[in-house]
Design a binder for this molecule. Structure first.
Ligand code: 5GP
Ligand code: MG
Length: 188
């Protein structure tokens, strides 16, 4: 780590993707999405909290008229392992009736979160179509049958933080993605 690196970055054991690499990846993905949806109205729905950062950068790489919205769910409850249950933290779902929808999340792990969101949207919101985009996808056997339409990077089965991804609600503001040093697990 460089001398001017913020102190938070020094808590990482390993950097997987730095800021420039993430930016390039998102630019490429935005271009592909713009091509695929060309001429179609589009609503991007971020999965809060982590998906918000990815959405903010991604939409500026999709040069089409579009709308944004968000859905708030929780599955990790702040720890490093999925609780297995997806809880919707808001009563009102986005207004996506008749719209092409792209749900964006930071990472695809067990698949439960995006699968639950897409099912609920299909059942209750009457969208025209639903696709999904994730910055990271863990190369693991999913708990449910689900794959995203747009994937930035594939990673192994390890717990990562940064660029929206948290550990106990912190580290989301790290501009890079990496693995925390053991000494920072279990303490803030
Ligand atoms: P899934 O429902 O696919 O198991 O998990 C998706 C959610 O779990 C993501 O939105 C993210 O909040 C959280 N998650 C999964 N893997 C990681 C990880 O390695 N690090 C962090 N910080 N969150 C993760
Ligand atoms: Mg999440």
């Amino acid at each position: 780590m460089g001398q001017n690196e913020p102190i938070l970055g020094e808590r990482l054991e390993r950097v997987l993707f730095d800021q420039g690499t993430i930016r390039e990846c998102i630019a490429g993905m935005g271009g592909r999405i713009a091509q695929d949806f060309h001429g179609e109205p589009l609503t991007i729905v971020a999965v809060l909290q982590g998906g918000a950062l990815f959405m903010a950068d991604l939409i500026r790489e999709i040069h089409l008229p579009l709308r944004i919205d968000a859905v708030s769910v929780s599955s990790y409850l702040g720890g490093t392992e999925s609780s297995g249950k997806v809880t919707f933290l808001q009563e009102k779902l986005p207004n996506i009736e008749g719209r092409n929808v792209l749900v964006v999340d930071d990472i695809l792990d067990t698949g439960r979160t995006l699968s639950a969101i897409c099912s609920r949207f299909r059942e209750e919101c009457n969208p025209k179509s639903i696709r999904t985009a994730v910055l990271l996808s863990k190369k693991i056997e999913r708990s449910v049958e689900f794959e995203a339409d747009y994937v930035g990077f594939e990673i192994g089965n390890e717990f990562v933080v940064g660029y929206g991804l948290d550990y106990q609600d912190e580290y989301r503001n790290l501009p890079m993605i990496g693995v925390l040093k053991d000494e920072w697990i279990g303490r803030i």
